[in-house]
Every structure is written in structure tokens, then in C-alpha cells.
Ligand binder design. Structure first.
Ligand code: SAM
Length: 284
């Protein structure tokens, strides 16, 4: 009887010692984890912070794709008030492609001074003159009175009054300016015929490596501009959007198959309401 009581007491003591051991071990583990956490916080890299992807996130308007200290296209365009950055999102395109070339000597044509805009002519004119310090700037404008007045009052660009859909006028422009443009932007009348005739006729005066942009492509779906109000399903409407699809088909299945100009295109980059047609470099 006395022996079994001794056994029982020894067993109870062993169990108590076992619990004390486990509790101590637990405290040690907790302390170790706590120390590690404090150390990582002290070094500025908490576990959650280390999961933050660096350099990713929402791209604010005007954040250029190429880092630079100079003001972005978005900033300059906003200052001058062109609808390229108020009603539209064209800075996404221009802040992507222009920073790399902005300090070069460039020959540039924009179709459309802004004579029919509620804010009047010149908003993009001053934007380009400020953005490109060495630009040789040209404009085409349908409203001859407005174009002539602007040309008489300013010195920053060579202004041609005429219709961007008139092939005779376009050829006169080509002959007189000598072509060889680094950049052409179509921000003119935005009808289907104007956009297609201008691109097909002026493409030959884009330099190798140069860029041709067409803005306001939403008009491909608007009746007032000859667009397809059936969302692209009307077989009788050959919109600019459908023309662009054909050029893309050419790029994917055989250069120049439907339109000869596609053979000279390095690529087509479209964003909201605007596409870039990028000309191949020589020998590529
Ligand atoms: C949208 S505004 C240009 C806006 C200007 N680029 C800006 O950012 O402030 C369109 C301009 O194209 C001109 N235009 C309209 N039809 C044209 C045509 N067939 N040929 C040339 N210019 C045209 C208009 O008179 C107007 O000045």
C-alpha cells in the first residue's frame, strides 16, 4: 500500500515537471517569434511591407513611360487646354512614344488647328511648340479664314488652308513641304472619308521609323461622321475602324495583302479613341 502511494506521487511529480517544461518551451517559441517580428519592423521591412510590389500600381495621368524631369505631355497639354487631355486620354499614347524623341529635331504635321472648337485655335499648337523644343511644325486647316488669321498672327508653324480629304490639296502640300515627317497627327474633321484618304495619301511622307496617329476614332460609330451606328455590323459602311481591322489582318496574315501601306507598318498600337501607325525603319 505504502509502495503504490510512493509510485503515485512519483508519477504526479513527473506529470507536473512535464507541464512546466512544455509551458517554458511555449514561452520560448513565442519570445523568439516576437523578437523576429520586432527586428524586422526595426529594419523597415515588415512581412506585409515586403509583399508590396515595387514600382507597380495605378499610373497617374502624366506619368511618362520614360522617366524624365521635364514636364510631361499631359502637364503641358493641360496647361494649354487642348481636349487631347481634357475630353480624351491621348496623353497615354503621347507620353508613351514622345519622351524618347522629344529633344530631337522633328518635322511634324497636325491636321486641325481647333478653329471649330469652343476654345478656339491654338491649344495643341502651343502644346507642341512647348513640348518639342526643336520642332518644325506644320498645320492643315479647312477653315481658311481662321487658318490665314492664325498664320498672320503667329510665327511658330507653317499653316496650310485646305481639305484633308482633297487629294489635289494633299499632293500640293507634299510637293511644297518636301514630306519626310517624323510625326503626323490627324485631329481634323474625323469623318470616315477624311481619315482614310489622309492616311492613305500622307503615309508616303512619313519618315522610316516615323509615326502617324489618328485621333477621335469613336466617330466610326457615329452617324454624323459617316460611322456605323450598328456597332460595326452594317456591311454598307466602310468605317475607319474597319479599315484599321483590315490593316491589322494584313499584319497578321501577310503584309500588304489588302492594303499596300500595311507592308510598311512596323505595327499598329491602338488605345482608347486613338491609333498609332508606326512606320518600319529602313531595311527592316
Ligand atoms: C478637333 S479640332 C482640332 C483641335 C486641336 N488640334 C486641338 O487639340 O486643340 C478639328 C479641326 O479640324 C478642322 N477641320 C475640319 N474638317 C477638316 C478638313 N476636312 N480638313 C482639314 N481640317 C479640317 C476644323 O476646322 C478644326 O479646326
Amino acid at each position: 500500500m505504502a509502495a503504490s502511494r510512493v509510485h503515485f506521487m512519483l508519477l504526479a511529480a513527473a506529470v507536473v515537471l512535464l507541464f512546466i517544461g512544455i509551458a517554458h518551451q511555449h514561452d520560448h517559441v513565442r519570445e523568439t517569434l516576437n523578437n523576429a517580428w520586432q527586428a524586422s519592423k526595426g529594419s523597415g521591412s515588415s512581412p506585409s511591407a515586403s509583399l508590396e510590389p515595387e514600382g507597380h500600381g495605378v499610373v497617374a495621368p502624366g506619368t511618362p513611360f520614360v522617366k524624365s524631369n521635364a514636364p510631361s505631355f499631359h502637364e503641358i497639354a493641360l496647361k494649354h487646354g487642348t481636349d487631347k487631355v481634357t475630353d480624351h486620354h491621348y496623353w497615354l499614347m503621347y507620353d508613351k512614344y514622345f519622351p524618347a524623341i522629344r529633344n530631337r529635331k522633328l518635322k511634324m504635321l497636325e491636321i486641325g488647328l481647333g478653329c471649330d472648337m469652343n476654345y478656339g485655335p491654338g491649344k495643341s499648337y502651343y502644346t507642341w511648340l512647348e513640348y518639342f523644343p526643336h520642332v518644325d511644325l506644320y498645320y492643315m486647316e479647312y477653315d481658311a479664314a481662321c487658318a490665314d488669321k492664325w498664320a498672320a498672327e503667329t510665327k511658330g508653324a507653317t499653316i496650310y488652308a485646305g481639305d484633308q480629304a482633297d487629294k489635289v490639296f494633299l499632293q500640293k502640300f507634299i510637293d511644297e513641304t518636301g514630306g519626310d515627317f517624323d510625326i503626323i497627327i490627324d485631329d481634323g474633321g474625323h469623318t470616315m472619308n477624311q481619315q482614310q484618304v489622309s492616311l492613305e495619301t500622307l503615309w508616303k511622307i512619313v519618315k522610316p521609323g516615323g509615326m502617324y496617329f489618328v485621333e477621335d476614332l469613336q466617330t466610326s460609330f457615329m452617324q454624323a461622321y459617316g460611322g456605323d451606328t450598328m456597332g460595326g455590323k452594317d456591311p454598307n459602311k466602310h468605317t475607319m475602324s474597319k479599315f484599321i481591322y483590315e490593316l491589322i489582318d494584313d499584319k497578321l496574315q501577310g503584309d500588304g495583302k489588302r492594303h499596300a501601306i500595311s507592308a510598311e507598318m512596323r505595327g499598329i498600337d491602338c488605345m482608347r479613341e486613338v491609333c498609332l501607325f508606326h512606320k518600319k525603319e529602313l531595311g527592316t
